[in-house]
Ligand binder design. Structure first.
Ligand code: THU
Length: 143
């Protein structure tokens, strides 16, 4: 699956912008995400932490759950940007295992994952790359 250059830039810029909404009083690590739906819409998310720690949600799941809760379950790509709050990302922030599994629920193995430091500095992976030998809906005979 191919994402055109303008769409990729828009997706990454939105992920970068979302870091300003992160609520991170504990880690001070701000992550933004923007997910592209099969019908061309973009949903965004940031990480939201909690004093009890466990309820913390990552940026990727915020974005995907916003989309699913609006009736969209088919996705092409996600851009993720993360790093210390108040700084530009200086490394490629990879999604946690829980978020990879949530992607697996709604995305096929060719789902594209951009890990971005900036609009022009990013790495590209597929879900297959980041979650090999995965367990998904088909394993339960669903879908
Ligand atoms: N976090 C994300 O939002 N996404 C990732 O890809 C990695 C980790 C968040 C969770 C927590 O708020 C903070 O980053 C530090 O782990």
């Amino acid at each position: 699956m191919n994402i055109d250059e303008n769409t990729r830039k828009e997706l990454i810029q939105k992920a970068l912008d979302m870091r300003s909404f992160s609520y991170t009083p504990y880690s001070h690590w701000n992550v933004g995400a923007a997910v592209l739906t099969n019908d061309g819409k973009i949903f965004t998310g940031c990480n939201i932490e909690n004093a009890a720690f466990t309820p913390t949600i990552c940026a990727e799941r915020t974005a995907i759950f916003k989309a699913v809760s609006k009736g969209t379950r088919a996705f092409k790509a996600i851009a993720i940007s993360g790093g210390p709050s108040g700084e530009e990302p200086n490394e490629y922030c990879a999604p946690c295992g829980v978020c990879r599994q949530v992607m697996r629920e709604f995305c096929d193995n060719d789902f594209i994952i951009f890990l971005a430091k900036s609009v022009d500095d990013y790495q590209t992976f597929t879900l297959r790359d980041l979650l090999p030998q995965s367990f998904g809906p088909k394993d339960l005979g669903k879908l």
